[in-house]
Design a protein around this ligand. Structure first.
Ligand code: HEM
Length: 128
């Protein structure tokens, strides 16, 4: 884990962000259970490792135009039973906390705006 806050966005600190965020998610009583249901509760498992790499590629695609991610970000969320606006709000709160552990405010702001934007789209598509 880096000791200084990052002031530019790159592949390495995106991975740090993702690896900071998901352990927080797993521990959260509201959002954690949705992930445990699909991926299990062991962040060191192969299935979680695959998810962490996929999500790192997703954010590298969003922030840097990296081409490794070519999935459908919305799709799995249609299959999550009981997903709610409240859960999305908590997801965003935790993501903002993780962002503040990795980035200086100016760079972190990018991820905060982008994640809120994407979450709004997801919620609209989910009808919640
Ligand atoms: C309460 C909110 C959320 C919950 C509970 C949630 C849960 C999940 C779960 C369980 C998966 C893995 C599904 C599987 O592999 O079967 C997943 C995948 C994913 N999530 Fe979320 N998610 C939430 C919000 C978000 C938000 C706000 C974003 C983006 C800003 C996001 C981005 C993604 C992406 C990119 C994937 C991978 C999609 C693919 O398969 O290519 N999620 N999510």
């Amino acid at each position: 884990m880096q000791t200084e806050l990052a002031n530019t966005i790159n592949d390495e600190n995106i991975e740090t962000l993702v690896r900071t965020f998901y352990p927080m998610v797993l521990k959260d009583p509201l959002v954690g259970p949705f992930f445990v249901e699909k991926l299990g509760d062991d962040i060191h498992s192969d299935i979680w490792e695959e998810h962490l790499v996929l999500i790192s590629h997703f954010w590298a695609f969003v922030a840097l135009g990296d081409e490794r991610y070519n999935g459908r970000p919305m799709a799995p969320h249609f299959l999550i039973e009981g997903i709610s606006r409240k859960a999305f709000e908590q997801w965003l709160k935790l993501f903002a906390e993780a962002i503040d552990k990795v980035y200086v405010p100016k760079s972190g702001e990018y991820f905060k705006l982008k994640s809120a934007d994407i979450a709004s789209n997801f919620m609209r598509n989910l009808g919640i």
